[in-house]
Design a protein around this ligand. Structure first.
Ligand code: SF4
Length: 947
């Protein structure tokens, strides 16, 4: 290709720049002084000088690299672009990355710590100091710890944004207080993976795949959206075929070779039918199954075959395969077609293509079907079954357990795990819950199972995000149940409104964090840093705390927790302070720079050498480039189960003759495979557990092998003639971020409505057209939204994105006015909660002239308030899909109306709780299988019930 010279572009060397140069990022050697003409000064040529400092995007979990362009004249960030030195995102971002600049400059943002002065939820706030906040919480937490009320301290996180930091803080405090958003997000998907291989997330190597199967809309919105989307397209460009299972014609489905619009909840039936085709047609990887599946345990368990009963089979591999075919005999293509609505031919065709792709079959599911349905975890379990059959676990072009493509450096001094167990998080009803039973907290508090002395919500908005948000309002306004609540948040939220303190925390460019995600077959770390602080320090302005460099007094969590920990244990007598003392200057308070410096110097293979090559320290290297990929020779990424244990690891180890398990000091560390001592997988058998003794022993013997659970929204439960439909409320928009993009004007300009998708045939039956108001009635209430009639949704299903419908209760305070409607919200005399628009989104006056140019008026309708909790009895995941009635709006209904009966919501909670199988009186006394992971893991002794 011929390069076409353009007009001269500014460059220190004065050379002529070209199209190609202009398309590239400035080279790092010029990042300290990058010069551009000021576009607004055109046609005059006015130079602007920028310092470019890397950081990491905080607008979804993918952790893409960003470059902040800091204007040297104003000392402010001018814009954000992609960081080409970031191995995951490689210089590219989605719309939300550059929109970070909107969030930084948002005229509505919270600049100072605020303290409530009226009643909770009354909306009266005064500015307070960080000192006052720290002292208030330190004394409350100190008292809880010394008085033995450790379970009354809880940290509840929505978007973690870092790896391991908070677990260390909570460990140092000795509390079992880590709560998360995960059971409204991914608990089910995780459980399906975890029960197979001991690791709870998948990492597909899309770029090298021959066939890709996605169950959700990854290209446009899915997990690790931008980094994985890049690699899916690369795989396609190299010839891979793409199939997308999604009831909605997402942008992803529209790019696929095969769109598989299954009836929601039938996905596992389809995947098991594909597995059966692969088995029957001998397309499976025989050697892989023989070596790595726990088939001996499977045979020893003598599972009954439907119709024929208990088989009497020889304990051989061939008999195992025959039995497997018998066990899955009912999953014929015809059965799967009946359940899903797909054709038998397409099911067989895709199964064969997966079989032929072999070890280059990449597959992924996250949220989507797993998050919508009762038994959603069977979907990820059945999907992994296909990966196992093809032997594509952790192979080039296959799908690895995520821990193989992720790197979390160890910090200095790890606290001992706490001896306490918090039943508010892991109650006896849900011993296998993959994450905390977060959605049930309001009911547990109401039932007197505990109370909270100090509650932190961090980038978490349960009032808006969780099902049955009004029950959250009832809990958050009860000062007996929650004595002190701080909302640590970068943006106003519906939940912060009910807090005692609203504590402004930084965006991705205003804080430190260390990130590593399974974006592809590699291991990398990304360093999020407060760019204005780095800029000031480079220019000789010392900064003690990050809030001194950020706008107003916006702080960062990392420093907040160090300060708080020192105040909880000022003299070190509780043994807490020691974890927050400098590893370089004993006895002195740890600085945030020292925390990361120590990890970069000691815990990241290859970083010191890479830094030395450029005459930099490891910390300087990370401050300069913002990311580092661990060399594969130091951290390999493929087939790690095959790693041979070293002689030192085997010293003192014993091998169990029957199972091949290798154990040392009572801990299983590997497995013998064909005479070789291999690391294997972190499961009880160290193999892939097709047969799960855990499920059998913990109350669910019928789920001992992958199966199909009929969803609570199975087709047979929906009667269209009675106006019933399945509501799919889980889909994401590529341009919004759940609950914290209300401060990004560009994003709301693009996406500002969430109409209800309805198929033309259904619209005719209901009697609505696009734009008409439609009432959607759930089991506990209803909402009123506009209809959007489209063939992009399966008949019988209506769908509504969960991203929109933000609200505020005061004219000029609360959730950003770019995004929120002013509403009235309260209980009627009949006890029913009602929300009604007082005023939609309107232009407003501010320092940003764009705020007076807002043209959108309806900001969407909130639907999660009208959903009761549906905790899956095994995984604990909230099952989002709803059976609803869809009908034209009633007389008097208005756009945005919401009505909820929390009494009914409590009844539904009890109905679902009754489906659990409590494990309180086990002979071994365990609360939970010891091998199963927990985000914060207490000591082994805490797993044993003492009363
Ligand atoms: S994919 Fe996520 S991390 Fe990457 S730029 Fe978009 S919002 Fe930021």
């Amino acid at each position: 290709m011929t390069e076409i010279p353009l007009q001269q572009h500014i460059a220190p060397s004065g050379e002529q720049m070209t199209v190609r140069d202009l398309a590239s990022c400035p080279p790092p050697e010029r990042w300290h002084d990058w010069v551009e003409y000021d576009a607004k000064a055109w046609p005059r040529k006015v130079e602007r000088h920028y310092e470019i400092i890397p950081t990491v995007c905080f607008n979804c979990e993918a952790a893409c690299g960003l470059l902040a362009y800091i204007d040297k004249e104003t000392g402010r960030v001018k814009r954000f672009e992609g960081n080409p030195y970031h191995p995951g995102s490689r210089g590219r971002n989605c719309a939300k990355g550059p929109a970070t600049i909107n969030q930084v400059n948002d005229p509505e943002r919270i600049l100072y710590p605020l303290k409530r002065v009226g009643k909770r939820g009354e909306g009266k706030w005064v500015r307070t100091t960080w000192d006052e906040v720290l002292d208030t919480f330190a004394s409350k937490i100190h008292a809880a710890i010394v008085e033995g009320r450790r379970n009354e301290v809880m940290y509840h996180v929505g978007r973690p944004g870092h790896d391991g930091y908070m677990e260390r803080v909570l460990g140092a405090w000795g509390v079992d207080g880590h709560n998360s958003h995960t059971n409204v997000c991914s608990s089910s998907a995780r459980f399906g993976y975890h029960i197979w291989c001991g690791i709870d997330r998948p990492s597909p190597d899309h770029a090298n795949a021959r066939f890709i199967l996605l169950i959700s809309s990854h290209l446009e919105t899915g997990h690790y959206f931008n980094p994985q989307a890049q690699r899916i397209i690369e795989g396609k460009m190299k010839g891979a075929k793409l199939a997308v299972m999604d009831p909605r014609l997402s942008n992803t489905a529209s790019m696929a070779d095969y769109w598989l619009p299954t009836w929601p909840g039938s996905e596992a039936a389809v995947l098991l039918a594909m597995a059966r085709v692969i088995l029957v047609e001998k397309l499976y990887n025989r050697e892989y199954l023989r070596r790595w599946v726990n088939w001996q345990e499977f045979l020893a368990a003598s599972l009954p075959v439907p119709q024929t009963g208990f088989p009497n089979v020889e304990q051989t591999f061939d008999c195992f395969v025959e039995l497997l075919i018998d066990l899955y005999d009912e999953y014929t293509p015809a059965f799967a077609a009946k359940e899903s609505g797909l054709s038998e031919e397409i099911i067989v065709d895709i199964a064969r293509q997966i079989g032929h792709a072999g070890t280059a079959f990449a597959a992924h599911t996250w949220r989507a079907a797993t998050a919508g349905n009762l038994g959603g975890w069977q979907v990820s379990r059945a999907l992994w079954f296909l990966s196992v059959l093809t032997g594509s676990i952790g192979t080039p072009g296959g799908t690895a357990p995520n821990a193989w493509n992720k790197f979390v450096p160890a910090p200095f001094r790890k606290p001992s795990p706490t001896e306490v167990w918090n039943e508010l998080l892991f109650p006896h009803e849900y011993p296998l819950a993959n994450y905390e039973m977060s959605i049930l907290l309001p009911y547990f508090l109401r039932e007197g199972r505990g109370k909270l002395a100090a509650y932190f919500t961090r980038v978490y908005n349960p009032v808006w995000t969780n099902p049955d948000g009004t029950s959250w309002i009832e809990a958050l306004t009860n000062e007996q149940q929650i004595e002190l609540h701080a909302a640590l948040t970068p943006v106003w939220s519906e939940t912060a409104w009910y807090a005692d303190y609203v504590l402004p925390m930084g965006m991705g460019s205003e804080r430190h964090d260390l990130m590593s995600q399974e974006t592809h077959a590699a291991r990398w770390i990304g360093f999020r840093q407060p760019v204005l602080r780095v800029y000031k320090e480079r220019h000789g302005e010392p900064v003690t705390f990050t809030y001194q460099a950020n706008p107003g007094e916006i702080w960062e969590e990392d420093e907040f927790w160090i300060e708080l920990s020192w105040r909880i244990d000022p003299d070190g007598s509780l043994g807490i302070r020691t974890y927050f003392e400098s590893p370089y200057h004993p006895g002195q308070k740890l600085t945030i720079e020292e925390y990361y410096r120590w990890m970069f110097e000691n815990s990241v293979p290859g970083l010191s050498a890479a830094a030395a090559k450029e005459n930099l320290t490891p910390l300087e290297y990370m401050r300069t480039y913002g990311a580092f990929e661990i060399p594969q020779e130091q951290a390999p990424v493929y087939t790690l189960n095959e790693r041979e244990l070293k002689a030192a690891e085997l010293e003192g180890a014993l091998v169990d003759e029957r199972t091949g398990r290798i154990a040392r000091n009572g801990t299983t560390i590997g497995v013998m495979i064909d005479g070789k001592a291999c690391e294997g997988f972190p499961t009880p058998s160290r193999k892939l557990e097709l047969y799960s003794s855990t499920l059998k022993d913990w109350g669910w013997p019928e789920y001992a092998i992958p199966g199909y659970t009929r969803s609570h929204v199975h087709r047979s439960a929906i009667n269209h003639e009675r106006g019933e439909y399945l509501l799919l409320p889980t889909f994401r928009l590529p341009t919004l971020i759940h609950t914290r993009s209300g401060n990004a004007k560009w994003l709301y300009e693009i996406s500002n409505a969430n109409p209800v998708w309805i198929h033309p045939g259904d619209a005719e039956r209901i009697g609505v057209e696009t734009g008409d108001l439609v009432r959607i009635t759930t089991e506990i209430g209803y909402y009123v939204n506009r209809a959007w009639v489209t063939e992009g949704i399966r008949p019988g299903i209506v769908a509504c994105s969960h991203h929109l419908g933000r609200w505020r209760l005061e004219t000029g305070l609360g959730t950003d006015r770019w995004a929120s409607a002013l509403v009235s919200l309260g209980r009627d005399c009949d006890g029913i909660w009602r929300m009604r628009y007082v005023e939609g989104i309107r232009p407003f006056e501010s320092d940003d002239p764009d705020s007076s140019r807002i043209f959108w008026r309806e900001g969407g309708v909130h639907q999660n308030l009208t959903f009761a909790v549906h905790p899956d009895p095994v995984s604990g995941m909230h099952c989002w899909h709803q059976k609803v009635r869809a009908e034209p709006a009633h007389a008097g209904d208005r756009y945005g109306d919401v009505s909820v009966d929390t009494g009914k919501a409590y009844q539904v909670y009890q109905d679902w709780l009754a489906m659990s199988r409590p494990q309180r009186n086990r002979p071994d006394g365990l609360r939970r299988p010891l091998w199963m992971i927990r985000p914060y893991r207490p000591a082994t002794s805490a797993f044993k019930r003492t009363s």
